[in-house]
Design a protein around this ligand. Structure first.
Ligand SMILES: *[C@@H]1O[C@H](CO)[C@@H](O)[C@H](O)[C@H]1NC(C)=O
Length: 236
């Protein structure tokens, strides 16, 4: 037991070291990730990038395969800017006429799937939200973000902890994705009202800040903002 706790502790410390990597290990240019996503050879072939993009080139940090832009399949280039772990400790705001207003924290992750060398090309998407008073789980969702080859159209599938599954589609731009629900399923005994429409927008405000907005309409209420949150990039 003690051994296990100790290992857990060591693991946690290692994780901390990775997350609080010293300040020397930073990209000096905001375009590093875009350059490397477009051509990973640039880390070695272009002197300016070798010097300015030490972090994204993983010269000074270990980047696991699932976040490694040099392993990005070319069809996923349009969504490369989402790859990583994003977190807001307590900056989320949720409103809807049928619920009391509340704030929440959330961590989301976009990563390359284990099987990214075969079959369909998708990013793995996971999200976990907690209440800020008790830190209990509020909501979680998992799914895949797929780019339609050769286009700027993307599709997101999700399975949500509240008994919904969604298929959302829309265009991707260099710093924004705007998705609209094309199909939605709901378990028959969900406590949440049937959702009629849903628009989800992810916007990269700067290389370290991602904003998410979700508007929805339900059986009883028209289209309006439901959640709003700004995450900071915590890895890599
Ligand atoms: C998706 O990401 C989650 C969280 O990192 C991980 O547990 C899961 O194994 C991943 N799935 C695939 C197919 O890569």
């Amino acid at each position: 037991m003690i051994n296990r706790l100790f290992l857990l502790f060591i693991g946690f410390q290692l994780f901390n070291v990775i997350l609080t990597e010293n300040d020397d290990c930073l990209d000096l240019d905001g375009n590093c990730r875009d350059w490397i996503a477009s051509d990973s050879n640039l880390c070695h072939s272009t002197e300016y990038i070798t010097k300015s993009c030490r972090r994204s080139c993983s010269f000074c940090i270990h980047i696991p395969d699932k976040f490694d832009l040099t392993k990005l399949p070319s069809s996923l280039k349009p969504v490369a800017w989402l790859i990583g772990i994003w977190r807001s400790e307590h900056g989320g705001k949720a409103v809807f006429p049928t619920i009391p207003k509340f704030t929440y924290g959330e961590q989301i992750e976009f990563s390359l799937t284990d099987s990214h060398t075969v079959s369909s090309k998708s990013l793995n998407y996971t999200a976990f939200a907690w209440g800020i008073n008790d830190r209990d789980e509020l909501h979680s969702e998992n799914g895949y973000l797929t780019v339609r080859e050769g286009t700027n159209e993307v599709a997101l599938t999700t399975v949500m902890s509240n008994g919904f599954v969604t298929i959302e589609e829309g265009p991707v731009k260099s710093n924004q994705i705007r998705l609209r629900v094309v199909d939605i399923g709901r378990i028959s005994f969900s406590r949440d009202l049937p959702v009629h429409d849903l628009i989800r927008e992810w916007t990269l405000l700067d290389s370290q800040t991602l904003q998410a907005r979700l508007d929805m309409s339900t059986l009883t209420h028209g289209m309006q903002e439901h959640t709003f949150i700004r995450y900071k990039k915590i890895f890599p």
